[in-house]
Design a protein around this ligand. Structure first.
Ligand code: HEM
Length: 470
Protein backbone atom coordinates (compact mmCIF):
# COMPACT_ATOMS: atom_id res chain seq x y z
CA UNK A 1 0.00 0.00 0.00
CA UNK A 2 1.34 3.43 -0.93
CA UNK A 3 2.28 5.63 2.01
CA UNK A 4 0.27 8.76 2.64
CA UNK A 5 1.89 11.74 0.87
CA UNK A 6 2.54 13.59 4.10
CA UNK A 7 4.12 10.66 5.99
CA UNK A 8 7.83 10.73 6.79
CA UNK A 9 10.04 8.52 4.60
CA UNK A 10 10.87 5.17 6.22
CA UNK A 11 14.02 4.90 8.32
CA UNK A 12 17.01 3.15 6.81
CA UNK A 13 17.22 -0.33 8.37
CA UNK A 14 19.95 -0.92 10.96
CA UNK A 15 19.37 1.94 13.46
CA UNK A 16 20.61 1.50 17.04
CA UNK A 17 18.76 2.81 20.09
CA UNK A 18 19.63 6.46 20.89
CA UNK A 19 22.56 6.82 18.47
CA UNK A 20 20.51 5.76 15.44
CA UNK A 21 22.58 5.01 12.34
CA UNK A 22 25.75 6.64 13.66
CA UNK A 23 27.66 3.34 14.23
CA UNK A 24 27.12 2.43 10.58
CA UNK A 25 29.39 5.28 9.57
CA UNK A 26 32.31 4.48 11.82
CA UNK A 27 35.45 3.13 10.21
CA UNK A 28 37.85 4.02 7.45
CA UNK A 29 37.21 5.06 3.84
CA UNK A 30 36.95 1.43 2.69
CA UNK A 31 34.22 0.66 5.21
CA UNK A 32 32.42 3.86 4.29
CA UNK A 33 32.36 2.89 0.65
CA UNK A 34 30.88 -0.50 1.58
CA UNK A 35 28.20 1.31 3.59
CA UNK A 36 27.37 3.56 0.65
CA UNK A 37 27.06 0.49 -1.56
CA UNK A 38 24.72 -1.19 0.89
CA UNK A 39 22.69 1.99 1.28
CA UNK A 40 22.02 2.11 -2.46
CA UNK A 41 20.17 -1.22 -2.32
CA UNK A 42 18.51 -0.50 1.01
CA UNK A 43 17.18 2.89 -0.10
CA UNK A 44 15.96 1.46 -3.42
CA UNK A 45 14.21 -1.36 -1.55
CA UNK A 46 12.22 1.09 0.58
CA UNK A 47 11.09 3.13 -2.43
CA UNK A 48 13.99 5.46 -3.29
CA UNK A 49 14.01 7.61 -0.17
CA UNK A 50 14.89 6.92 3.46
CA UNK A 51 15.60 8.77 6.66
CA UNK A 52 18.69 8.31 8.78
CA UNK A 53 19.38 9.50 12.29
CA UNK A 54 22.93 10.27 13.33
CA UNK A 55 22.38 10.82 17.02
CA UNK A 56 20.32 14.01 17.17
CA UNK A 57 20.90 14.82 13.47
CA UNK A 58 18.36 13.74 10.85
CA UNK A 59 19.15 13.35 7.17
CA UNK A 60 17.24 12.18 4.12
CA UNK A 61 18.88 9.89 1.57
CA UNK A 62 17.43 9.76 -1.93
CA UNK A 63 18.02 7.52 -4.94
CA UNK A 64 14.72 8.07 -6.75
CA UNK A 65 15.55 9.94 -10.02
CA UNK A 66 12.54 12.26 -9.99
CA UNK A 67 12.98 13.14 -6.33
CA UNK A 68 16.74 13.70 -6.71
CA UNK A 69 16.09 16.07 -9.58
CA UNK A 70 13.33 17.90 -7.70
CA UNK A 71 15.72 18.55 -4.80
CA UNK A 72 18.63 19.49 -7.07
CA UNK A 73 16.58 22.00 -9.03
CA UNK A 74 14.63 23.56 -6.16
CA UNK A 75 17.05 23.48 -3.22
CA UNK A 76 20.05 25.62 -4.08
CA UNK A 77 21.75 25.77 -0.70
CA UNK A 78 24.45 23.22 0.00
CA UNK A 79 24.33 20.89 3.00
CA UNK A 80 25.92 22.64 6.03
CA UNK A 81 28.77 20.08 6.10
CA UNK A 82 30.16 21.89 3.02
CA UNK A 83 30.87 24.75 5.49
CA UNK A 84 33.71 22.58 6.82
CA UNK A 85 35.60 23.28 3.58
CA UNK A 86 35.58 27.03 4.19
CA UNK A 87 38.92 27.20 6.06
CA UNK A 88 40.36 25.80 2.82
CA UNK A 89 38.24 27.21 -0.01
CA UNK A 90 36.77 30.25 1.73
CA UNK A 91 33.68 31.68 0.03
CA UNK A 92 34.39 30.00 -3.30
CA UNK A 93 31.75 28.31 -5.46
CA UNK A 94 31.58 24.96 -3.72
CA UNK A 95 30.09 26.03 -0.38
CA UNK A 96 28.92 29.61 -0.84
CA UNK A 97 25.33 30.67 -0.22
CA UNK A 98 23.19 30.69 -3.35
CA UNK A 99 23.02 34.50 -3.54
CA UNK A 100 26.83 34.76 -3.54
CA UNK A 101 27.22 31.73 -5.79
CA UNK A 102 24.89 33.18 -8.47
CA UNK A 103 27.00 36.28 -8.83
CA UNK A 104 30.39 34.52 -8.70
CA UNK A 105 29.28 31.79 -11.08
CA UNK A 106 28.28 34.40 -13.65
CA UNK A 107 31.66 36.10 -13.32
CA UNK A 108 33.61 32.83 -13.53
CA UNK A 109 31.71 31.17 -16.37
CA UNK A 110 33.71 32.94 -19.14
CA UNK A 111 36.89 31.41 -17.71
CA UNK A 112 35.46 28.00 -18.67
CA UNK A 113 34.08 29.02 -22.05
CA UNK A 114 34.88 26.79 -25.00
CA UNK A 115 37.08 29.54 -26.51
CA UNK A 116 39.29 29.66 -23.43
CA UNK A 117 39.32 25.88 -23.02
CA UNK A 118 40.43 25.43 -26.63
CA UNK A 119 43.57 27.39 -25.82
CA UNK A 120 44.41 24.74 -23.18
CA UNK A 121 44.86 22.07 -25.85
CA UNK A 122 48.62 22.80 -26.05
CA UNK A 123 48.96 22.06 -22.33
CA UNK A 124 46.78 18.93 -22.53
CA UNK A 125 48.94 17.68 -25.41
CA UNK A 126 52.36 18.44 -23.98
CA UNK A 127 51.53 17.01 -20.54
CA UNK A 128 50.05 13.86 -22.09
CA UNK A 129 53.23 13.38 -24.13
CA UNK A 130 55.24 13.73 -20.93
CA UNK A 131 53.07 11.15 -19.19
CA UNK A 132 53.52 8.64 -22.02
CA UNK A 133 57.29 9.09 -21.78
CA UNK A 134 57.30 8.70 -18.00
CA UNK A 135 55.30 5.47 -18.25
CA UNK A 136 57.78 3.93 -20.68
CA UNK A 137 59.90 2.41 -17.91
CA UNK A 138 56.94 0.34 -16.72
CA UNK A 139 56.00 -1.11 -20.10
CA UNK A 140 56.13 -4.89 -20.01
CA UNK A 141 57.31 -4.87 -16.38
CA UNK A 142 54.09 -5.95 -14.65
CA UNK A 143 51.72 -4.05 -12.34
CA UNK A 144 52.82 -0.64 -11.05
CA UNK A 145 51.33 2.37 -9.29
CA UNK A 146 49.82 4.19 -12.27
CA UNK A 147 47.69 6.36 -9.98
CA UNK A 148 50.68 8.33 -8.67
CA UNK A 149 51.66 9.23 -12.25
CA UNK A 150 48.11 10.28 -13.07
CA UNK A 151 47.93 12.48 -9.98
CA UNK A 152 51.18 14.28 -10.75
CA UNK A 153 50.11 14.69 -14.35
CA UNK A 154 46.71 16.14 -13.37
CA UNK A 155 48.33 18.48 -10.87
CA UNK A 156 50.68 19.85 -13.48
CA UNK A 157 47.90 20.32 -16.04
CA UNK A 158 45.79 22.12 -13.46
CA UNK A 159 48.63 24.32 -12.28
CA UNK A 160 49.52 25.31 -15.83
CA UNK A 161 45.95 26.11 -16.84
CA UNK A 162 44.78 27.59 -13.53
CA UNK A 163 47.95 29.35 -12.42
CA UNK A 164 50.08 29.59 -15.53
CA UNK A 165 53.01 27.68 -13.96
CA UNK A 166 53.74 23.99 -13.51
CA UNK A 167 55.41 22.17 -10.62
CA UNK A 168 59.04 21.90 -11.68
CA UNK A 169 60.04 20.34 -8.38
CA UNK A 170 58.51 16.87 -8.02
CA UNK A 171 59.19 16.79 -4.26
CA UNK A 172 57.18 19.98 -3.85
CA UNK A 173 54.37 18.43 -5.90
CA UNK A 174 54.44 15.33 -3.66
CA UNK A 175 54.28 17.55 -0.54
CA UNK A 176 51.32 19.40 -2.01
CA UNK A 177 49.48 16.17 -2.89
CA UNK A 178 50.18 14.74 0.56
CA UNK A 179 48.79 17.88 2.24
CA UNK A 180 45.67 17.70 0.02
CA UNK A 181 45.07 14.07 0.93
CA UNK A 182 45.60 14.69 4.63
CA UNK A 183 43.26 17.68 4.62
CA UNK A 184 40.57 15.54 2.99
CA UNK A 185 41.05 12.95 5.73
CA UNK A 186 40.45 15.61 8.38
CA UNK A 187 37.30 16.78 6.56
CA UNK A 188 35.82 13.29 6.48
CA UNK A 189 36.66 12.74 10.13
CA UNK A 190 34.87 15.95 11.08
CA UNK A 191 31.78 15.04 9.04
CA UNK A 192 31.56 11.63 10.70
CA UNK A 193 32.26 12.77 14.25
CA UNK A 194 29.20 14.86 14.74
CA UNK A 195 30.42 16.28 18.08
CA UNK A 196 32.93 18.27 16.02
CA UNK A 197 30.27 19.76 13.76
CA UNK A 198 29.98 22.75 16.04
CA UNK A 199 32.71 25.33 15.36
CA UNK A 200 33.04 25.73 19.14
CA UNK A 201 33.91 22.10 19.90
CA UNK A 202 35.97 21.82 16.74
CA UNK A 203 38.03 24.88 17.71
CA UNK A 204 39.45 22.91 20.66
CA UNK A 205 40.08 19.66 18.83
CA UNK A 206 43.38 18.07 17.90
CA UNK A 207 41.84 17.53 14.47
CA UNK A 208 41.59 21.29 13.88
CA UNK A 209 45.25 21.75 14.81
CA UNK A 210 46.18 19.04 12.33
CA UNK A 211 43.97 20.56 9.64
CA UNK A 212 45.41 24.04 10.24
CA UNK A 213 48.91 22.63 9.74
CA UNK A 214 48.06 21.15 6.33
CA UNK A 215 46.14 24.25 5.27
CA UNK A 216 49.16 26.37 6.07
CA UNK A 217 51.21 24.37 3.57
CA UNK A 218 48.48 24.53 0.91
CA UNK A 219 47.76 28.24 1.31
CA UNK A 220 51.44 29.12 1.38
CA UNK A 221 51.91 27.49 -2.01
CA UNK A 222 48.92 29.11 -3.71
CA UNK A 223 49.71 32.49 -2.12
CA UNK A 224 53.26 32.38 -3.45
CA UNK A 225 52.09 31.59 -6.98
CA UNK A 226 49.36 34.22 -6.84
CA UNK A 227 51.72 36.97 -5.72
CA UNK A 228 54.26 36.01 -8.39
CA UNK A 229 51.60 36.00 -11.09
CA UNK A 230 50.26 39.31 -9.89
CA UNK A 231 53.64 41.02 -10.01
CA UNK A 232 54.29 39.55 -13.47
CA UNK A 233 50.97 40.72 -14.74
CA UNK A 234 51.02 44.20 -13.36
CA UNK A 235 54.75 44.56 -13.88
CA UNK A 236 53.94 43.83 -17.53
CA UNK A 237 56.47 41.04 -17.75
CA UNK A 238 53.82 38.38 -18.16
CA UNK A 239 54.49 36.32 -21.25
CA UNK A 240 51.16 35.69 -22.90
CA UNK A 241 51.16 32.78 -25.22
CA UNK A 242 49.30 33.06 -28.51
CA UNK A 243 48.31 29.84 -30.14
CA UNK A 244 47.47 29.18 -33.75
CA UNK A 245 43.82 30.23 -33.49
CA UNK A 246 44.92 33.71 -32.44
CA UNK A 247 43.09 33.38 -29.13
CA UNK A 248 45.26 34.04 -26.11
CA UNK A 249 46.08 31.35 -23.61
CA UNK A 250 44.89 32.74 -20.34
CA UNK A 251 45.26 30.82 -17.10
CA UNK A 252 42.33 31.01 -14.77
CA UNK A 253 44.15 33.21 -12.25
CA UNK A 254 44.76 35.92 -14.89
CA UNK A 255 41.06 36.13 -15.60
CA UNK A 256 40.36 36.54 -11.88
CA UNK A 257 43.07 39.19 -11.54
CA UNK A 258 41.60 41.06 -14.50
CA UNK A 259 38.15 40.91 -12.93
CA UNK A 260 39.56 42.27 -9.71
CA UNK A 261 41.16 45.21 -11.51
CA UNK A 262 38.28 45.93 -13.88
CA UNK A 263 35.38 45.83 -11.46
CA UNK A 264 36.79 44.95 -8.05
CA UNK A 265 35.00 41.60 -8.25
CA UNK A 266 37.46 39.66 -6.10
CA UNK A 267 40.11 40.53 -3.52
CA UNK A 268 43.34 38.51 -3.14
CA UNK A 269 41.87 36.17 -0.56
CA UNK A 270 38.85 35.42 -2.74
CA UNK A 271 41.05 34.80 -5.76
CA UNK A 272 43.20 32.42 -3.77
CA UNK A 273 40.07 30.60 -2.56
CA UNK A 274 38.69 30.12 -6.08
CA UNK A 275 42.08 28.99 -7.37
CA UNK A 276 42.55 26.55 -4.47
CA UNK A 277 39.13 25.08 -5.19
CA UNK A 278 39.88 24.75 -8.89
CA UNK A 279 43.17 22.94 -8.23
CA UNK A 280 41.67 20.54 -5.74
CA UNK A 281 38.34 19.91 -7.49
CA UNK A 282 40.24 18.95 -10.65
CA UNK A 283 42.98 17.11 -8.78
CA UNK A 284 40.58 14.96 -6.78
CA UNK A 285 38.56 13.93 -9.80
CA UNK A 286 40.32 13.58 -13.15
CA UNK A 287 43.13 11.20 -12.02
CA UNK A 288 40.58 8.99 -10.26
CA UNK A 289 38.32 8.97 -13.31
CA UNK A 290 41.28 8.21 -15.59
CA UNK A 291 42.42 5.33 -13.43
CA UNK A 292 38.92 3.83 -13.30
CA UNK A 293 38.61 4.19 -17.07
CA UNK A 294 41.99 2.62 -17.71
CA UNK A 295 41.25 -0.23 -15.30
CA UNK A 296 37.97 -0.90 -17.10
CA UNK A 297 39.66 -0.75 -20.51
CA UNK A 298 42.38 -3.10 -19.30
CA UNK A 299 39.70 -5.52 -18.16
CA UNK A 300 37.75 -5.31 -21.45
CA UNK A 301 40.29 -5.85 -24.28
CA UNK A 302 37.58 -5.77 -26.98
CA UNK A 303 36.47 -2.28 -25.87
CA UNK A 304 40.09 -1.13 -25.64
CA UNK A 305 40.83 -2.30 -29.19
CA UNK A 306 37.78 -0.48 -30.49
CA UNK A 307 38.97 2.72 -28.76
CA UNK A 308 42.44 2.19 -30.26
CA UNK A 309 40.98 1.81 -33.79
CA UNK A 310 38.95 4.97 -33.35
CA UNK A 311 42.04 6.88 -32.17
CA UNK A 312 44.02 5.65 -35.16
CA UNK A 313 41.24 6.56 -37.53
CA UNK A 314 40.86 10.07 -36.11
CA UNK A 315 44.46 10.89 -35.21
CA UNK A 316 46.71 8.57 -37.15
CA UNK A 317 50.06 7.68 -35.62
CA UNK A 318 51.59 10.50 -33.62
CA UNK A 319 50.15 13.91 -34.18
CA UNK A 320 48.80 16.26 -31.50
CA UNK A 321 45.15 16.03 -30.54
CA UNK A 322 43.27 19.07 -31.83
CA UNK A 323 40.03 20.40 -30.43
CA UNK A 324 38.06 19.18 -33.47
CA UNK A 325 39.35 15.64 -32.91
CA UNK A 326 37.76 15.44 -29.49
CA UNK A 327 34.21 15.54 -30.83
CA UNK A 328 35.13 12.82 -33.33
CA UNK A 329 36.34 10.48 -30.59
CA UNK A 330 32.79 9.41 -29.85
CA UNK A 331 33.40 5.89 -28.70
CA UNK A 332 36.11 7.13 -26.35
CA UNK A 333 33.60 9.61 -24.97
CA UNK A 334 31.10 6.77 -24.45
CA UNK A 335 33.79 4.85 -22.56
CA UNK A 336 34.50 7.78 -20.23
CA UNK A 337 30.78 8.35 -19.59
CA UNK A 338 30.21 4.69 -18.84
CA UNK A 339 33.21 4.63 -16.51
CA UNK A 340 31.85 7.68 -14.64
CA UNK A 341 28.50 5.90 -14.38
CA UNK A 342 30.02 2.83 -12.73
CA UNK A 343 32.52 4.83 -10.67
CA UNK A 344 31.11 8.31 -10.01
CA UNK A 345 33.87 10.35 -8.38
CA UNK A 346 31.32 12.22 -6.29
CA UNK A 347 28.97 9.33 -5.39
CA UNK A 348 26.83 11.59 -3.22
CA UNK A 349 26.12 15.29 -3.00
CA UNK A 350 24.32 17.21 -0.28
CA UNK A 351 21.67 19.89 -0.17
CA UNK A 352 19.95 21.78 2.62
CA UNK A 353 16.15 21.91 2.63
CA UNK A 354 15.15 25.37 3.77
CA UNK A 355 11.42 24.82 3.43
CA UNK A 356 8.96 21.98 2.85
CA UNK A 357 9.71 20.15 -0.39
CA UNK A 358 7.02 18.18 -2.14
CA UNK A 359 8.27 14.96 -3.67
CA UNK A 360 6.42 12.15 -5.42
CA UNK A 361 5.29 10.33 -2.29
CA UNK A 362 6.37 12.56 0.57
CA UNK A 363 6.57 16.15 1.59
CA UNK A 364 9.91 16.60 3.32
CA UNK A 365 10.14 19.04 6.19
CA UNK A 366 13.02 21.52 6.33
CA UNK A 367 16.24 19.67 7.09
CA UNK A 368 19.88 20.53 7.35
CA UNK A 369 20.95 17.41 5.50
CA UNK A 370 19.64 15.84 2.32
CA UNK A 371 21.90 13.41 0.49
CA UNK A 372 21.40 12.77 -3.22
CA UNK A 373 22.90 9.37 -3.86
CA UNK A 374 24.30 9.79 -7.37
CA UNK A 375 25.72 6.26 -7.22
CA UNK A 376 22.16 5.02 -6.61
CA UNK A 377 20.94 6.86 -9.72
CA UNK A 378 23.67 5.24 -11.77
CA UNK A 379 22.63 1.78 -10.57
CA UNK A 380 18.90 2.42 -10.97
CA UNK A 381 16.94 -0.43 -12.60
CA UNK A 382 15.98 1.99 -15.39
CA UNK A 383 19.45 1.31 -16.85
CA UNK A 384 18.30 -2.22 -17.57
CA UNK A 385 19.35 -5.69 -16.49
CA UNK A 386 22.95 -4.98 -17.59
CA UNK A 387 23.22 -1.92 -15.34
CA UNK A 388 26.12 -3.38 -13.33
CA UNK A 389 28.10 -4.08 -16.49
CA UNK A 390 30.55 -1.91 -18.42
CA UNK A 391 28.75 -1.32 -21.73
CA UNK A 392 29.93 1.89 -23.44
CA UNK A 393 27.67 1.04 -26.41
CA UNK A 394 24.65 2.16 -24.42
CA UNK A 395 25.84 5.75 -24.92
CA UNK A 396 25.89 5.50 -28.69
CA UNK A 397 22.11 5.67 -28.87
CA UNK A 398 21.29 8.22 -26.17
CA UNK A 399 17.71 8.64 -27.33
CA UNK A 400 16.95 5.19 -25.91
CA UNK A 401 17.47 6.01 -22.22
CA UNK A 402 16.49 9.15 -20.26
CA UNK A 403 20.13 9.70 -19.24
CA UNK A 404 19.57 13.21 -17.93
CA UNK A 405 17.44 12.05 -15.05
CA UNK A 406 19.55 9.13 -13.97
CA UNK A 407 23.06 10.39 -14.65
CA UNK A 408 24.88 12.94 -12.54
CA UNK A 409 28.66 12.38 -12.34
CA UNK A 410 29.13 16.14 -12.53
CA UNK A 411 26.27 16.88 -10.13
CA UNK A 412 22.63 17.71 -10.74
CA UNK A 413 20.71 20.94 -11.24
CA UNK A 414 22.30 24.36 -11.53
CA UNK A 415 25.09 23.82 -9.03
CA UNK A 416 26.87 21.34 -11.24
CA UNK A 417 30.57 21.10 -11.93
CA UNK A 418 31.87 24.21 -13.68
CA UNK A 419 34.88 22.18 -14.88
CA UNK A 420 32.87 19.51 -16.72
CA UNK A 421 33.95 20.41 -20.27
CA UNK A 422 37.53 21.05 -19.12
CA UNK A 423 37.58 17.61 -17.49
CA UNK A 424 36.22 15.80 -20.54
CA UNK A 425 38.67 17.54 -22.89
CA UNK A 426 41.65 16.89 -20.67
CA UNK A 427 40.75 13.23 -19.93
CA UNK A 428 40.01 12.37 -23.56
CA UNK A 429 43.34 13.85 -24.64
CA UNK A 430 45.28 11.90 -22.00
CA UNK A 431 43.47 8.66 -22.85
CA UNK A 432 44.09 9.12 -26.58
CA UNK A 433 47.84 9.41 -25.93
CA UNK A 434 48.09 6.52 -23.47
CA UNK A 435 45.99 4.11 -25.52
CA UNK A 436 47.72 4.81 -28.79
CA UNK A 437 51.09 4.09 -27.13
CA UNK A 438 50.24 1.25 -24.74
CA UNK A 439 47.98 -1.74 -24.37
CA UNK A 440 46.58 -1.67 -20.83
CA UNK A 441 46.08 -4.89 -18.89
CA UNK A 442 44.05 -4.83 -15.72
CA UNK A 443 41.59 -6.61 -13.52
CA UNK A 444 39.22 -3.95 -12.24
CA UNK A 445 37.49 -6.39 -9.91
CA UNK A 446 40.66 -6.40 -7.79
CA UNK A 447 40.46 -2.65 -7.12
CA UNK A 448 39.73 -1.71 -3.52
CA UNK A 449 37.71 1.48 -3.32
CA UNK A 450 37.47 4.02 -0.55
CA UNK A 451 35.25 7.02 0.04
CA UNK A 452 37.13 10.12 1.16
CA UNK A 453 34.75 12.92 0.07
CA UNK A 454 35.45 11.55 -3.42
CA UNK A 455 35.57 7.96 -4.60
CA UNK A 456 39.19 6.85 -4.62
CA UNK A 457 40.88 3.77 -6.00
CA UNK A 458 43.51 2.08 -3.90
CA UNK A 459 47.00 2.52 -5.28
CA UNK A 460 47.27 0.55 -8.47
CA UNK A 461 50.35 -1.54 -7.77
CA UNK A 462 48.58 -4.86 -7.99
CA UNK A 463 45.97 -4.63 -10.73
CA UNK A 464 47.17 -2.62 -13.70
CA UNK A 465 50.08 -2.92 -16.12
CA UNK A 466 50.98 -1.69 -19.60
CA UNK A 467 52.66 -3.04 -22.71
CA UNK A 468 54.10 -0.99 -25.52
CA UNK A 469 52.11 -1.19 -28.74
CA UNK A 470 54.25 -2.09 -31.68
C1 HEM B 1 36.04 13.71 -13.84
C2 HEM B 1 36.17 14.95 -13.46
C3 HEM B 1 35.23 15.68 -12.56
C4 HEM B 1 34.12 15.25 -11.89
C5 HEM B 1 33.51 13.85 -11.89
C6 HEM B 1 33.59 16.38 -11.17
C7 HEM B 1 32.44 16.34 -10.39
C8 HEM B 1 31.92 17.43 -9.73
C9 HEM B 1 30.70 17.41 -8.96
C10 HEM B 1 29.80 16.21 -8.76
C11 HEM B 1 30.51 18.65 -8.46
C12 HEM B 1 29.33 19.11 -7.60
C13 HEM B 1 29.69 18.86 -6.17
C14 HEM B 1 28.54 19.13 -5.23
O1 HEM B 1 27.50 19.66 -5.59
O2 HEM B 1 28.74 18.78 -4.09
C15 HEM B 1 31.62 19.46 -8.90
C16 HEM B 1 31.80 20.79 -8.58
C17 HEM B 1 32.87 21.53 -8.98
N1 HEM B 1 33.88 21.14 -9.82
FE1 HEM B 1 34.08 19.34 -10.69
N2 HEM B 1 34.39 17.46 -11.38
C18 HEM B 1 35.39 17.08 -12.24
C19 HEM B 1 36.43 17.87 -12.71
C20 HEM B 1 36.61 19.18 -12.40
C21 HEM B 1 37.69 20.00 -12.91
C22 HEM B 1 38.77 19.53 -13.87
C23 HEM B 1 37.53 21.24 -12.34
C24 HEM B 1 38.35 22.48 -12.53
C25 HEM B 1 39.19 22.71 -13.46
C26 HEM B 1 36.36 21.19 -11.49
C27 HEM B 1 35.87 22.24 -10.76
C28 HEM B 1 34.73 22.19 -9.99
C29 HEM B 1 34.26 23.32 -9.21
C30 HEM B 1 34.91 24.68 -9.11
C31 HEM B 1 33.09 22.90 -8.58
C32 HEM B 1 32.17 23.73 -7.69
C33 HEM B 1 31.10 24.27 -8.59
C34 HEM B 1 29.94 24.94 -7.88
O3 HEM B 1 29.60 24.55 -6.76
O4 HEM B 1 29.37 25.83 -8.52
N3 HEM B 1 35.83 19.93 -11.56
N4 HEM B 1 32.46 18.69 -9.67
Amino acid sequence: RQRAKTAEPPPLPGAWPLVGHLPLFFGDGYKLWNRINNMVDQVCDVGGIAKINLGPVTAYIITDPDDCNTIATTCMEKDPVYEFTKPWFGESLIASRYEVWKNDYKLLTPAFSQIILNTFMDVFNSESRKLVKELEKHAGKGPFDLFTYLRHNALNILCLTALGVGFTDSNLASDYLHAVKSTFDTLVERVLKIWWHSPYTFAWSKLKKEQDGYLKILHKMSDAVLQKRKSEMFGNTCVKKTITTGTKFKPFVDILLELSVENGAFNDEQIRAQVDLMLVAGQESTPNALLFTMALLGSHPDVQERVFSEIQEVLGEDRDVEKMDLSRLQYLEAVVKESLRLFPIAPLIGRKLERDVKLKNYTLSPSQHCILLIYGLHKHPIWGPDRHEFKPERWLEPSKVPFNLVYGPFGLGRRQCIGKTYAMMSMKTTLAYVIRSYRIKADYTKMRLKYVVTLNPDNAEYYISIEKRT
